[in-house]
Design a protein around this ligand. Structure first.
Ligand SMILES: Cc1cc2nc3c(=O)[nH]c(=O)nc-3n(C[C@H](O)[C@H](O)[C@H](O)COP(=O)(O)O)c2cc1C
Length: 233
């Protein structure tokens, strides 16, 4: 593997990206058409992203802050959304899990490029309860259960061979799917939003940005009402 960087190749790649610059379509996001409830608006856009063929529209970039203040991000899959918030599953001892333990606040970014849309959700994150994590775990196939059990997510490992040996050992130990119980460190989180921004790309970069925001109460029931505000693009 060569470390040499060819500046001409980088220039050519940037040039290529620029020539592909697209003018976004005629779609718009008006206050009059936006749902009163941002979760309803999100459901609408998620369904449209799916109908229009966005690949994995439930893929979202989770942004967190490590204990020392360093930001980090990674893709996770949305596994449920309702009035209580957005749910995803992971290993809670991973880097993101440690970050969420230190700072239980995060953003979720849905990059729906093919439909010229983006949604960014910000809020407080709490682990879902064991019963809910168990219910989701029970829908996971054997291989995914073994993999989650074998992998200490985000920890270094000497080789792929070592990881595969651990998998083989677990497969022998637990030959049936129901025998592979949910590891305690693996489970769900729910992000309870206090800000949701909907971005609709428009012609000549004069995009629409509508933000729903609410004041945070001490309990869910004490959360304020959603307010809608337009931001400059
Ligand atoms: C399309 C896609 C979906 C993913 N879904 C998940 C997921 O639902 N849960 C998860 O823990 N990791 C998921 N990952 C892997 C994460 O991006 C990440 O590598 C892993 O969670 C470790 O992140 P961390 O070290 O920052 O904690 C997914 C990656 C991709 C590309």
């Amino acid at each position: 593997m060569s470390d040499a960087i060819d500046p001409d190749r980088i220039d050519a790649a940037v040039e290529h990206a620029l020539t592909r610059r697209k003018d976004y379509g005629a779609e718009r996001l008006d206050e009059a058409d936006a749902a009163a409830d941002p979760i309803a608006q999100f459901d609408r856009w998620l369904a449209e992203a799916d109908e229009r063929g966005v690949y994995e529209p439930n893929g979202m970039v989770l942004g967190t802050v490590d204990a020392d203040g360093t930001p980090s991000s990674r893709t996770v899959l949305l596994r449920g959304v309702d009035d209580r918030g957005f749910v995803f599953y992971t290993d809670r001892s991973s880097r993101k899990g440690r970050a969420l333990a230190a700072h239980p606040t995060a953003t979720l970014l849905f990059p729906w490029y093919p439909v010229h849309r983006q949604v960014i959700v910000t809020g407080a994150v709490l682990p879902v309860d064991d019963a809910e994590s168990d219910a989701y775990w029970s829908t996971r196939p054997y291989g995914s259960r073994i993999a989650a059990t074998a992998s200490r997510q985000s920890e270094p490992i000497a080789s792929r061979t070592e990881l595969e040996a651990r998998v083989a050992e677990l497969e022998e130990q637990y030959p049936g799917v129901d025998e592979v119980r949910r590891p305690e460190r693996w489970g769900g989180y729910r992000l309870r939003p206090w800000r949701m921004e909907f971005w609709q790309g428009r012609t000549s970069r004069l995009h629409d940005r509508l933000v729903y925001a609410r004041d945070r109460g001490a309990t869910d029931a004490a959360d304020g009402a959603w307010r809608l505000e337009r931001l400059q693009p």
